[in-house]
Write a protein that binds this ligand. Structure first.
Ligand code: OSB
Ligand code: MG
Length: 361
């Protein structure tokens, strides 16, 4: 049994800007586990900087090499793995990258697709698009293109001071579309009056307006807002999802397997959302075809009840590292056929984008 890694630098087709910065490349670790004729893959959702959450590629590499890969070597089933690494605090993205490697491995070992291995699929994922901040005319053009391609929900990124300009331009041009906005934690409790102006734009939800780890101020904000809140960054465990619903801090959760420490915790959060009759969808972190395959499988689970941020590979990459990129039909994407995540790796592009590679364990 062998675990190897490739660190990749993949150019994005166009820069992606959020309230916390602009990405022009996707810098990502891809992990590969080979055992008994089975090859499994995963990737880490971190990038070079800890600007979305507290982890980055360097902390992930350290935690994987030092603590997690030695556990993966024993080939525990994913649930067992989660038990065995509980003693390590935080570092969810590192944990997810190894847990998901085991999920792909065990789905393949059981000759099942990932989604059949983890739950009940509706057979396809409903797809929305996340648009980074651009010149407003570029944004309007991108929205029209997205609608023409069949996307079922448009999400725009906003930040403090730019929200009204962006949202009023979008609503003036597209009065009836299903629209959401994501602030990536750019506001504070001092901005409630400003945030309340967002109620005018009839958003399906407002994503993560306040601090990345907050629940209390979000619950206070929710009381004075008619727009439902969706939490992303703040929901880092099933317990936090439970607390957020109990406190009325959100009605919607964006699940990212990486942020939650893997698929096991993500499934638990889906159960909590169901109990509270909330809404839930699968987010994205500009993944390569590997990470996207996990997301699309998750997004096709029948308990997912809002469109996710699982746009096809060609939104971000001219050439992905997989040979079987997703295609969208009528705003839906089907998980890959085959066992596990079902990706066929393009050795050509994997090699082209690799800046570093080696054996982890
Ligand atoms: O907050 O959902 C987010 C990308 C990087 C970091 C955070 C977020 C995002 C996105 C992109 O919105 C979603 C995608 O992968 O298409
Ligand atoms: Mg978000």
């Amino acid at each position: 049994m062998k675990i190897t890694y490739h660190k990749l630098k993949m150019p994005l087709i166009s820069p992606f800007t959020t309230s916390f910065g602009t990405d022009v490349n996707k810098d990502v670790y891809v992990f590969k586990l080979e055992h008994n004729g089975i090859t499994a893959y995963s990737e880490s959702v971190t990038d070079e900087n800890p600007f979305y959450g507290s982890e980055d590629n360097y902390t992930v590499f350290h935690i994987v090499k030092q603590y997690l890969a030695p556990v993966v070597k024993g080939l525990p089933e994913p649930d067992e793995f989660n038990e065995q690494v509980k003693f390590i605090k935080g570092n969810n993205m590192a944990k997810a990258s190894m847990e998901m490697l085991l999920y792909d491995y065990y789905a393949k070992a059981n000759k099942k697709s990932l989604v059949d291995y983890i739950g009940h699929s509706r057979g396809y994922a409903n797809v929305g698009i996340s648009l980074g901040m651009d010149d407003i005319n570029v944004t309007l053009k991108k929205i029209q293109e997205a609608l023409d391609r069949g996307y079922k929900r448009i999400k725009v990124k906003i930040m403090k001071g730019k929200e009204i300009g962006i949202l009023s331009a979008v609503r003036d041009n597209f009065p009836d579309i299903v629209l959401s906005a994501d602030a990536n934690s750019d506001y504070t409790e001092k901005d409630f009056d400003l945030i309340k102006k967002i109620d005018r734009y009839n958003l399906v939800y407002l994503e993560q307006p306040l601090y990345h780890d907050d629940i209390i101020y979000h619950s206070r904000l929710a009381k004075g807002l008619s727009t439902p809140l969706c939490l992303d960054e703040s929901i880092t465990s099933p317990e936090k999802a439970q607390k957020a619903f109990e406190m009325g801090a959100c009605k919607v959760i964006n699940i990212k397997e990486g942020r939650l420490g893997g698929i096991g915790n993500s499934l638990k959060v889906m159960g909590i959302v169901k109990e509270f009759k909330g809404h839930v969808w699968i987010g994205g972190m500009l993944e390569t075809g590997i990470g996207r395959s996990f997301n699309v499988s998750m997004a096709s689970l029948s308990d997912i009840n809002y469109p996710g941020d699982t746009s096809p590979n060609d939104k971000y990459f001219k050439n992905d590292i997989v040979k079987n990129p997703f295609t969208m039909e009528n705003g839906t994407i089907k998980p890959n056929k085959g066992t596990g995540i079902g990706v066929e790796i393009s050795e050509e592009y994997l090699k082209k984008y690799t800046v570093e590679e080696g054996i982890i364990a």
